[in-house]
Design a protein around this ligand. Sequence first.
Ligand code: HEM
Ligand SMILES: [Ca+2]
Ligand SMILES: [Ca+2]
Length: 300
Amino acid sequence: DLLLNYYSESCPNAEDIIRQEVTDLYNKHGNTAVSWVRNLFHDCMVKSCDASLLLETVNGIESEQASERSFGMRNFKYVSTIKEALEKECPLTVSCADIVALSARDGIVMLGGQRIEMKTGRRDSKESYANFVEESLPNHNDSITLVLSRFQSIGLDVEGIVALLGAHSVGRTHCTNLVQRLYPTVDPTLDPQYAEYLKGRCPTPNPDPKAVLYARNDRETPMILDNMYYKNLLSHKGLLIVDQQLASDPTTYPYVKKFATDNGYFQDQFAKAVLLLSENNPLTRDDGEIRKDCRYVNSI
Ligand code: HEM
Ligand SMILES: [Ca+2]
Ligand SMILES: [Ca+2]
């Protein structure tokens, strides 16, 4: 089972090493911290927090990273930087799944969020679940009902779900995910002036998916994990359809309002929701393995 400080005997410096690597990477490439937060969502929602997300397409494995839902994910190569530092200190000891969890925890601190006490001891999957990604992760234009049911299936309540989406207070969204709301007519739930700004960022209805055209998720504080996201929703500046819906649906709106007015309260609820996500269905004991390289299963 998961334990606080699971590596206290086997690799006492594990958590410090991860924190140091996350900090160094943040100082060189600030957006790595953002990636660690998204990785937690994309790994933990698909079956388990088991690093299934990190496996690459090779030897019969089909990577989850190739799914449409993983569009825009970045910085995977720097997971290897963290893993290499751990392998140097304690070979074959610290799981990639725990790296996903703890790097998200430390990334959140880099982005101004609260420090979350997380248990460790997750083991790594021997498979990637590419075929399971689309039925596990909601899409950017899915209905609120579907979004809620996906997250409820891992034990989050409505308040926790609204808090978790606050992760969209950092990072970016590519134009392919936005043009639907801009062309041919502007989505009426979008502030008209903001829509004009977004059209400037995304000038054509059919952006080349390979072009790096994007808008910041939160134009006000793009690299700070704060409650600005909810203030934006209340002023009709939500970026994705799933974001903006939180402000119009009667079951989620009360929490949007509450978080918008109280950043401290948001931070507490966000931390609780992240913790719950990070403990979804872990592999423990003899399940799975401890990968040597997060990109590949160990060879026999
Ligand atoms: C209904 C659920 C969700 C949907 C449909 C969704 C969808 C998306 C989409 C479409 C993007 C933009 C990708 C791109 O164009 O580059 C994005 C970005 C992001 N998402 Fe979500 N997301 C959801 C929930 C979450 C959750 C729960 C978290 C974390 C706790 C999260 C963290 C992030 C982060 C950090 C980014 C920015 C990534 C970057 O800048 O590299 N998302 N999401
Ligand atoms: Ca997984
Ligand atoms: Ca922000």
